[in-house]
Write a protein that binds this ligand. Sequence first.
Ligand SMILES: [Zn+2]
Length: 360
Amino acid sequence: MKNLFKNTPLSLKGESLSREECCRICQEKKGIRIGIADYWDIKTCNIVRCEKCNHIQLDPMLTEEDTNRGCYAYYIEESQRTSEKEQFKNCIRNFRRGVVFGWMLKSRRISPRNILELGPGSGYFAAGLQFIIPNVQVTVMDINKEVLDFNKEHHHFETIRSIPDILQTTYQDKFDLVIARDILEHVTDITKVFENVYACLKPGGLFHFITPNGYEDVWKHYLTFKLKGVPSELLINHVNYFDGKGLKNLLIQKGFSPVDYYTHTLKTTFRGQGRKENLKLMSRVSQKMSAALYVERKADELKRIEFRKSEILNKWYIRPNAKWITCLYSLSHHFSVIRISPVRNIGHEIYGVFEKNLAN
Ligand SMILES: [Zn+2]
């Protein structure tokens, strides 16, 4: 264990430069270039670490148009790569994680009524939460119509077609809980997103998110640039790589207080992610993959999840009349015993629950 911490927190080195766009958190104009990424064949961006707040971002940032095109290409590429069996498993896994989250709320005597989930994917996380707290009203927000249709069909959730960067004035002070699992790393304006989440929440409401530890997530791109001196391939639009301390500071600055904040899963850290300069950990050298190839030619081959909810939840441990069995089973699979302060910037994933302050 001691050895593991020896090279961490790592320092991502590079040359200082004047950025094309200033830092979206602190408006700083200077940065350290730690990598170059090709987002498909759509755009080439520097990966820049802010000298002032340590936030790592693409510079220039992707535009909405770049993102829409790249995300759709990725959606098709991923669906071809992921087997039906795997998609099925992911739904049930997310359901169990929702059960664990619901159990955590219940054990603290928190019972939200109105929930907003940003980027819900299959919606099974919120479904798991609803299984434990049956009275919750769930609304989901996504830009992708197929995602919204799926959520409506499977779970009867309310839907909003939008992105978290845009303020929804009709939903001000409406929600008791906002969920953003694996979303924050994708948004172009993180400051605005936090302001919007704050506006949507009732005072005392909770904000739950998970997001990769930025240092481990960016490591592969850093290595490609450092060891080969060339751009790396970026297919999924991770445009933010968070520093554990910087992320917490930003949330506090925007009117939140931490309830739970930790990183877990050290498997990747043991493998060397964020620490070892090893060719095997490098991101693929950019091939400038053609987004058009997927968007225009392979879209017809798109595979959809065809299972029904009753099939997905047909497991011996999912019992509406004995929910404690579901809880125990889910906890045994998804409860993280190891919890490390994200300030150390090690571990795979940052888990956060923050509360909107009563008065600012
Ligand atoms: Zn900054």
